[in-house]
Write a protein that binds this ligand. Structure first.
Ligand code: G4P
Length: 293
């Protein structure tokens, strides 16, 4: 299946817009979805932010596999990237982020003091692809209940700086980047986590892919959720999908079942899951001889 498309035009527009915003920023807070740390990375991000200081936030860590969270964090930090995994809906975790921000920006502050410069606030900007939690994080940091910011590159509402505390101020509009989904697998991971719109794919394709993925990595949780024995949970998966649709009282309405299954998976009700597997990533990198993160 490949009904999912990638539009280079969107990417170019987003890039231009973000580069403009970046001029007045000291630090970038790049948000990725902890379930898809690779698929939710904009491929041009390094080129876009260049030498700006950056903190990577693996957001929605509560929905991701805790073991994978640790592996990805270690990986990023081993590459000298400041990174943290949080659930930005949780106040305690927002405090954890504030402490971490203070810690990682400490060097900057010291540099200013050593130069005899007046202490100023560090200007932050949140950046990321749609649905990774940019608005949630901004609203939490600024104690706002403001409406969601438009999720389309090119949509910029009046921007302003919001003082978070004496140390930080934050641009109240996030930089919106476009995901790259030329690779069908990346496209499906983006669809399954809700990063791309439902109109871009057929839900039964995504549900089938998701079932297969769950069988490969979270079979026990999946079987427990549906009260399935291991013998029942066997391929071919289209048949399993038919029997689960029936079991859930949806007769032969596979589309309804697919939409429901995707919602259940996205909300973490079946299991916290990480779609971008660290071990697979390492293998691919070793084969390709590259070290992109
Ligand atoms: P965006 O600005 O990057 O597009 O993302 P946004 O903050 O709108 O968040 C997208 C969805 O993800 C929202 O759910 C939001 O509540 C949820 N979310 C954000 N951060 C986290 C997190 O760390 N953990 C969890 N579990 N969810 C998170 P929604 O269903 O679209 O809206 P709502 O009904 O929750 O308001």
């Amino acid at each position: 299946m490949s009904t999912i498309q990638w539009f280079p035009g969107h990417m170019a527009k987003a890039k231009r817009q973000v580069q403009e915003q970046l001029k007045s920023v000291d630090w970038v807070v790049e948000i990725r979805d902890a379930r898809i740390p690779i698929a939710s990375k904009n491929p041009l991000i390094d080129q876009i932010i260049q030498h700006k200081k950056r903190l990577i936030v693996l957001n929605k860590a509560d929905l991701a596999d805790p073991i994978q969270n640790k592996l990805w964090l270690n990986h990023l930090r081993n590459k000298d990237t400041d990174a943290i995994a949080i659930d930005s809906k949780n106040n305690k975790e927002i405090k954890k982020l504030r402490h971490y921000l203070l810690e990682v920006t400490g060097g900057e502050r010291k540099k200013w003091l050593d130069k005899g410069m007046k202490q100023k606030t560090i200007r932050l900007m949140v950046l990321g692809i749609p649905n990774v939690g940019k608005s949630t994080l901004i609203n939490q940091l600024t104690h706002k209940k403001s409406a969601k910011v438009g999720n389309r590159p090119g949509v910029t509402k009046g921007q302003q700086w919001v003082q978070i505390d004496k140390d930080f101020s934050l641009l109240d509009t996030p930089g919106i980047l476009w995901p790259k989904f030329e690779d069908p697998l990346v496209g499906m991971n983006l669809a399954l986590t809700g990063a791309i719109k439902d109109t871009h794919y057929y839900s039964d394709d995504i549900a089938l892919y998701a079932m297969q993925f769950m069988m490969d990595y979270y079979m026990e949780d999946f079987c427990q959720f549906f009260n399935l024995s291991e013998e029942e949970a066997q391929p071919p998966y289209p048949e399993l999908m038919m029997s689960l649709t029936n079991k859930m009282g949806m007769k032969d309405d596979y589309e309804r079942f697919s939409d429901w299954l995707i919602r259940e998976l996205r909300s973490g009700k079946i299991a916290p899951m990480t779609l971008d597997r660290y071990e697979d990533y390492r293998l691919e990198q070793a084969e390709e001889g590259s070290a992109d993160d």
